[in-house]
Design a protein around this ligand. Structure first.
Ligand code: F6R
Length: 627
């Protein structure tokens, strides 16, 4: 989604803004712009361009042509109004008295627009953001000539804006008559302040950590309904009533290199290869040993064994791949812990008036921790008083902060829009919860627990083995790059992984694909199978192996070309399929962690073979902060 960067300090702002925006490119965008204030100039300069950042770079000679030490920048992912220069941010009021960038959505923009038009304001764009910009301008103008200081006037106008608008926002604001001062405010859309190092001397704002990492690791997380006022030397944070508050500075533990490609052609490939490390980092700190017995320690969640034993039902909620991880989690949890589990898409959960049991536990799964639907579902549960647990990757994100408890997945920064390592760590977090719940409820004995833990700890090496065979998948992907339709089929956990395999393929290769429970094929979908259609059959579950293979045979009889994905030892599959990939054996409950890797690779290599933008697929955004 959209990205915000701002800077005020002793260096030239434009190159810093462009560098920061480059770090946010992965979030997805279709236009970009910067606004910079040169102390000597009569007004703020705004430059915007449709399309990629390189257009803006060319227009500004990589920022050198825009002078000044204070500014804001933005990459826009269109919501209200088409992608165009005029709809791009920053937006500005007459004479650039107010210049503003915005992430999120102003829900009551139409009503604000009409009220402002009645007062004589003229709108240039179709965006909701311009309504916020001009409204702020009107409040700022109203306080002219009084005895408030410039900062008090700005704070008062921002405060009034925050009360008047509905929706979500992170704002970066410049006032034309306050050179060198950068304001920011937020509600339900992430925003941080970066405290720059000695040589850069100053402050930054950004919608995501990677934007500031090249300049500082010290950040302040701006909370909901908070306002920041920043200059080269000063940093003040206020609550919505404009009372100054203290906020801690947090040191980001990962560095800029973690957000670099590290020699890989794409972030996605780098992140696929980071999975053994990410899985290990997520599992190991939670597996403890005492008197030669291993056990799972989830004390970070505050859930005691007694709490776990008392849970009557588990609900899992997420979007996209996080939802697919929940589909896997449900099977593992129900089989091990014998607790009923419901899985919901966050966007559906909210509107179905869910019946939540008092002793229920709702698990929210999210890489970014900012997905609007998941966050709204979490808030709904909190209102109902049911216990909530967040499984989140981004430290300090909204979902992590608002849930009763959080279990971080230690995937590290994920840049590619298509998730890989974050999904894999979500699976691990859910395995840990399932095994812990099963043991707290006496559903598994010590020997079974020990075996499950051993199998989990062996996953990183086994993922490594799957990766070592990637050229085989590449060869197949090159052969299939021109196909038009792909079906992924499986049963049980293999159906859950089919959902993820199909999403990976369609989002980055733009090939139409569907995932079906293998047994459902003949209830309608099989009519779509004809010569040359690729069917990927996933058959890692021994108990269901023969049934999936027989469903694949049905597809082959209608002309399908078959890719079989199974575990070593299940060689009988070769009698049916055209091409096979084997993954190492593990407890069948954890096979998804291995089977997902060839499916990620298949999508990746097909996207590369088609010459597509693997890391930034069209129309998609990394963090979906709108409903
Ligand atoms: C797919 C993908 C998306 C996300 C979904 C939820 O590759 O990345 O489907 O899984 O948008 O995002 P988070 O996990 O940030 O809540």
């Amino acid at each position: 989604m959209c990205g915000i960067v701002g800077y005020t300090g002793c260096c030239q702002a434009a190159p810093i803004l462009l560098e920061g925006l480059t770090r946010l490119e992965y979030r997805g965008y279709d236009s970009a712009g910067i606004a910079v204030r040169d102390e000597g100039a009569p007004r703020i300069e705004v430059v915007k361009a449709k399309g990629r950042l390189k257009n803006l770079m060319e227009m500004t000679d990589s920022g050198r042509a825009v002078r000044g030490c204070c500014g804001v920048g933005h990459t826009r992912w269109a919501t209200h109004g088409e992608p165009s220069t005029v709809n791009a941010h920053p937006h500005d009021s007459k004479d650039k008295r107010v210049v503003l960038v915005h992430n999120g959505i102003i829900e009551n923009h139409q009503e604000i627009r009409e009220a402002l038009q009645r007062k004589g304001y003229v709108f240039k764009s179709q965006t909701d953001t311009e309504a916020a910009c001009l409204l702020l301008d009107s409040y700022y103008a109203e306080s002219m000539g009084g005895d408030l200081s410039p900062r008090e006037r700005a704070l008062d106008a921002i405060h009034r804006l925050m009360i008047r608008v509905r929706g979500s926002y992170a704002l970066g604001i410049l006032f034309g008559d306050q050179p060198g001062v950068l304001y920011a405010a937020r509600k339900d859309s992430p925003l941080i302040v970066g405290c720059c190092s000695e040589e850069m001397h100053g402050h930054m704002i950004a919608s995501d950590v990677p934007a500031v990492l090249g300049f500082t690791r010290n950040v302040v997380y701006i909370g909901n309904d908070e306002i920041a006022c920043l200059t080269r030397d000063e940093r003040h944070i206020y609550n919505i009533d404009c009372e100054e508050i203290e906020k801690p500075v947090t040191e980001i533990q990962w560095d800029a290199a973690a957000a670099e490609k590290d020699g890989y052609e794409h972030f996605m490939m780098k992140e696929i290869h980071e999975q053994p490390r990410a899985v290990r980092d997520t599992l190991s700190p939670r597996i403890k040993e005492e008197e030669e017995k291993r056990f799972i320690d989830l004390s970070e969640t505050g859930l005691t064994d007694e709490d776990l034993a008392g849970i009557s039902r588990v609900y899992m909620v997420g979007c996209g791949s996080a939802y697919h991880a929940a589909c896997v989690g449900r099977v593992v949890l129900e089989q091990l812990a014998h607790v009923p589990c419901e899985v919901d898409l966050a966007s559906e959960f909210r509107y179905r008036d869910p019946i939540l049991e008092e002793r229920g536990l709702v698990i929210f799964i999210s890489q970014s921790g900012e997905t609007a639907d998941t966050l709204a579902a979490l808030r709904l549960c909190r209102e109902c008083g049911v216990r909530t647990l967040a499984v989140v990757n981004v430290v300090g994100s909204s979902i992590a902060r608002e849930a009763d408890a959080v279990m971080y997945t230690w995937a590290g920064p994920e840049i590619s829009v298509a998730t890989t390592k974050a999904y894999s760590t979500q699976l691990c977090a859910l395995y840990l919860i399932a095994v812990k719940l099963a043991s707290a409820r006496g559903q598994i004995d010590e020997a079974r627990q020990a075996q499950l833990i051993e199998d989990m700890l062996a996953l990183p090496d086994k993922i490594e083995r799957v990766l070592s065979d990637k050229e085989r998948v590449q060869w197949f992907a090159n052969k299939m790059a021109a196909c038009k339709d792909v079906f992924f089929i499986g049963r049980g956990l293999d159906y859950a992984i089919s959902l993820e395999g199909s999403l990976k393929l369609k989002e980055i290769s733009y090939i139409h694909s569907e995932a079906y429970a293998a047994g459902e094929l003949k209830h309608g979908t099989i009519s779509l199978i004809e010569d040359g259609v690729l069917v990927v059959g996933v058959a890692t579950q021994p108990a269901l192996f023969e049934k999936v293979v027989s469903n694949m045979t049905e597809a082959r009889s209608r002309g399908a070309y078959l890719f079989g994905l199974t575990t070593y030892g299940q060689y009988a599959i070769e009698d049916t399929v055209n091409f096979t990939v084997y993954v190492p054996r593990t407890d069948p409950l954890f096979a998804t962690s291995l089977a997902v890797v060839p499916l990620q690779l298949l999508a990746y290599y097909i996207s590369c073979a088609k010459g597509l933008d693997v890391d930034k697929p069209r129309n998609l955004a990394k963090s979906v902060t709108v409903e």
